[in-house]
Design a binder for this molecule. Structure first.
Ligand SMILES: [Zn+2]
Length: 166
């Protein structure tokens, strides 16, 4: 159960590393959540951002966590409107520590209950803006675009907190 709560205009959250993460990796996650918070602030016209993020390392705190942060790379998911629910949480794979756009995409499912906009009913393609093939919102493109804005990343990469070369 995600115990996160909105206090004022800030979401206080609990994340649980599902492995024993070292300090550099924790710093990468911190940077991703800071950048995701800035995206949330922008997307909500300054109404919401992240507040305190409580970090539980080495598989602790999983029952009450809003997000499970996994060690392997993969395709992340989230319970829709999982916040404050009995069983819901975000499941964020390791590569999302470099992809704050995906963090905020999954948070969109988790906190606001908004759905994906890259597929329509029955799996047919969908578009946020009718008649356009351009990507227009976080729920339409974020999981494919990763840490980049715009169609095919033509808007350029998010440079803040970009990961150092491994
Ligand atoms: Zn999604």
């Amino acid at each position: 159960m995600g115990v996160g709560r909105l206090v004022g205009n800030r979401f206080n959250l609990v994340v649980s590393l599902r492995h024993n993460a070292d300090s550099p990796r924790l710093e990468e996650w911190r940077a991703a959540f800071e950048r995701a918070s800035a995206l949330l602030f922008d997307a909500t016209d300054g109404q919401h951002r992240f507040g305190t993020i409580y970090v539980c390392n080495n598989s602790s705190g999983g029952r009450n966590a809003d997000a499970w942060l996994l060690e392997p790379d993969g395709r992340s998911t989230s319970a829709v409107r999982g916040i404050r629910s009995e069983t819901g949480h975000m499941t964020l794979y390791g590569d999302e520590r470099f992809k704050p756009f995906i963090v905020i995409h999954e948070f969109g499912h988790y906190a606001y209950g908004v759905r994906d906009e890259y597929t329509g009913t029955g799996g047919t393609p969908a578009e946020c803006i009718g008649g356009s093939t351009g990507d227009a919102c976080i729920m339409e493109a974020a999981w494919t675009e990763g840490d980049r804005f715009g169609s095919n990343a033509t808007g350029g990469a998010l440079s803040l907190f970009h990961p150092r070369a491994a």
